[in-house]
Write a protein that binds this ligand. Structure first.
Ligand SMILES: [Zn+2]
Length: 323
């Protein structure tokens, strides 16, 4: 005679239906995992109950009790024995956080309520998945019962606090023994995007003199060379200097330098202001107008360079700036 063994899918289907739609998703997931793991050990577990509404709880509580009503309805049913001591709201089933189970015969046709080795093994599997087992309670043992409370009391749950449950279905996450390093990207200061004034100088040099330098806001050799090229271009244009526009400071360029002083205006003044700014002497405006701010910057620069601080920019000062 061939005995057909109940399929795990059958147990899972029945269990899922019995838990109801109000079951907490992690409780449900863990319960179904318990059924699967037990099945692999030859233990056929079926979940018989899960979420229970307050009215369903009232109906159970009314069994065996005289004159019990809930929500204005009579739930007293003396034809049945007392089955629970939990009034509505006093069971984790009412919050979808508890399940009940039993063992099924090999053919899947009978519920076996005897608490024996298989029953206890099923409970142990449930506990490994994060459930608390009613069979462990000391005062009133509830062998079919498994719950996940998230550490919340009934009154907390009634007031609407939501439990935070941790699923152990895919293995328990290892305890964190190492200090987690902060995300370097986040801890670093924002990447230096360069100086806006230098960017303006660079784009002006590109526009006026086709310098083709990066507008990155950083002062480097390319920007300095572009500045000298601009200066050479202006000397050729304004003074007929006939210089090689190569961006290299040499005697010919030096000798072609005019004297520039307060009151001067134009592109040479602009280049002078830019050069001062790039050397760290802010002329308070890079506008091509040699005003008092530019003169102060020139004098400060001349002092730092160890040349006569007369505020007049000639060969010596240009040589210091561009050489
Ligand atoms: Zn229960």
């Amino acid at each position: 005679m061939i005995t057909l063994t109940v399929k795990v899918e059958t147990l899972l289907d029945r269990s899922e239906k019995n838990m109801g739609s109000g079951i907490h998703p992690i409780v449900k997931e863990s319960a179904l995992e318990m059924v699967k793991r037990a099945y692999k050990e030859g233990i056929f577990v079926q979940i018989s109950a899960g979420y229970r509404s307050m009215y369903e709880q009232a109906k159970l509580y009314g069994q065996g009790r005289l004159g019990y009503s809930y929500g204005g309805l009579n739930y007293s049913d003396l034809s049945k024995p007392i089955v629970t001591y939990a009034m509505p709201g006093q069971s984790y089933h009412n919050y979808g956080l508890a399940i009940d189970y039993f063992i099924v015969s090999d053919d899947g046709k009978n519920a076996l309520w005897t608490v024996e080795a298989k029953w206890r093994r099923a409970a142990a599997i449930g506990k490994s998945l994060g459930f608390t087992w009613g069979g462990d309670w000391s005062i009133f043992k509830d062998y079919p019962h498994l719950e996940m409370t998230g550490g919340l009391s009934y009154s907390q749950l009634i007031s609407g606090v939501k439990p935070i449950l941790i699923s152990k279905v895919n293995g328990t996450p290892p305890p964190k023994t190492e200090v987690e390093l902060p995300d370097i990207e986040e801890e670093m200061p924002p990447k230096d995007s360069g100086n806006q004034t230098i960017k303006t100088i660079q784009s002006t040099l590109n526009r006026r003199y086709q310098a083709k330098i990066d507008v990155d806001g950083f002062y480097g050799p390319n920007t300095k060379r572009a500045l000298i090229k601009g200066y050479q271009t202006e000397l050729n244009k304004q003074y007929g200097a006939k210089l090689n526009v190569d961006g290299v400071w040499g005697p010919r360029t030096r000798d072609a330098s005019p004297n520039v002083r307060e009151g001067a205006e134009g592109n040479i003044t602009y280049i002078l202001q830019a050069a001062l700014y790039l050397e760290g002497f802010n002329p308070r405006g890079i506008d091509g107008i040699f005003g008092s701010g530019t003169e102060l910057a020139v004098k400060a620069y001349q002092r730092s360079a160890g040349i006569s601080a007369d505020g007049i920019v000639g060969e010596n000062t240009f040589s210091k700036l561009f050489g």
